[in-house]
Design a protein around this ligand. Structure first.
Ligand code: E4P
Length: 287
């Protein structure tokens, strides 16, 4: 049951419609779902086909992805469903644009995921003006977040999601939750056209802290949402504190939101590595 004082939209982070059904059943609601190439590759039907040694043609892989997101969209007709374009370091902007436009026709409630790279931002600038709903992914720095804000300036509220990744910062000893806090703080100076979608949530305490910080959206693995359902969809106690353990706090940086997006430093090693991993997982499905 949805708590009355919940200010965060709850998304499932999964490429498997069976998980959508299960979480909906146990939780009673879901505001949306995010997918990515790695989650799509983990879908049980996709896995079964690949382990049988039967890879897809390039056309087929898009068709299978389409049928999965269509099933999810049917389960969450009033929610948002994120679909991620294939992009490696050599993918030209024209190809990102054509994939995004095609994927956007698959379902009526899509947010199209683009990486926060130079070509991803070039595409975002164009597509946001066309009114497309976007989810800018693989975000690991405030400068990247500011570049998204600037490239999509004048978009409507709810049109643009920004996905900062918590767990992948934790993986290298940096406190991902402190990054979420910084991004939320930075956006206080903005006009609200970008919603912060906390991603790479790995643990129950990540999730509790997302709720405590009042993130606009949190995308959460089924395992964590099922635990939350079992605990009666609790909200954290007033005096509950997130324990970052040994992780290094990322200090807040003063970043001006009002520059041209091309003036920000958008390089980040984790974005490069993330792009590579998504491309590898996708390519592994294709003949
Ligand atoms: C969702 O939008 C993200 O792609 C996902 O949360 C990444 O999670 P991971 O870092 O656990 O792979």
């Amino acid at each position: 049951m949805k708590p009355e004082n919940l200010n965060t939209k709850i998304f499932l982070d999964s490429g498997d419609p069976a998980e959508t059904k299960l979480v909906l059943e146990k939780l009673g609601f879901l505001d949306g779902q995010t997918t990515n190439p790695s989650l799509f590759a983990k879908n049980p039907e996709v896995q079964a086909r690949i382990t049988s040694g039967n890879k897809y043609s390039k056309g087929e892989v898009y068709e299978v992805y389409k049928s999965i997101v269509q099933e999810v969209s049917g389960l969450l007709p009033n929610g948002s469903v994120s679909i991620e374009v294939y992009a490696d370091t050599n993918t030209p902007v024209e190809e990102i644009l054509s994939q995004a436009r095609e994927m956007n026709t698959w379902i009526p409630n899509a947010h199209i995921k683009l990486p926060v790279t130079k070509t991803g931002l070039e595409a975002a600038e164009i597509l946001a003006k066309e009114g497309m709903r976007l989810n800018m992914t693989l975000v690991f720095s405030q400068e990247q977040a500011a570049a998204v804000y600037s490239a999509t300036f004048r978009a409507n509220k709810g049109q643009i999601y920004l996905s900062p990744f918590i767990g992948r910062l934790d993986d290298r000893g940096e406190d991902g939750m402190s990054f979420i806090k910084n991004v939320l703080e930075m956006h206080k100076a903005g006009d609200g056209h970008v919603e912060v979608l906390s991603a790479s949530v790995r643990t129950y305490s990540h999730f509790m802290q997302c709720l405590k910080l009042n993130c606009d959206i949190a995308t959460v693995p089924a395992k964590v949402l099922l635990e939350w359902a079992e605990k009666g969809c609790e909200m954290s106690e007033e005096n509950w504190q997130y324990d970052k353990g040994e992780l290094k706090t990322l200090e807040y940086e003063q970043v001006d939101l009002n520059k041209n997006w091309r003036e920000y430093n958008i390089q980040h090693d984790l974005t490069d590595q993330g792009l590579e991993k998504f491309a590898k997982d996708w390519n592994n499905l294709v003949q």
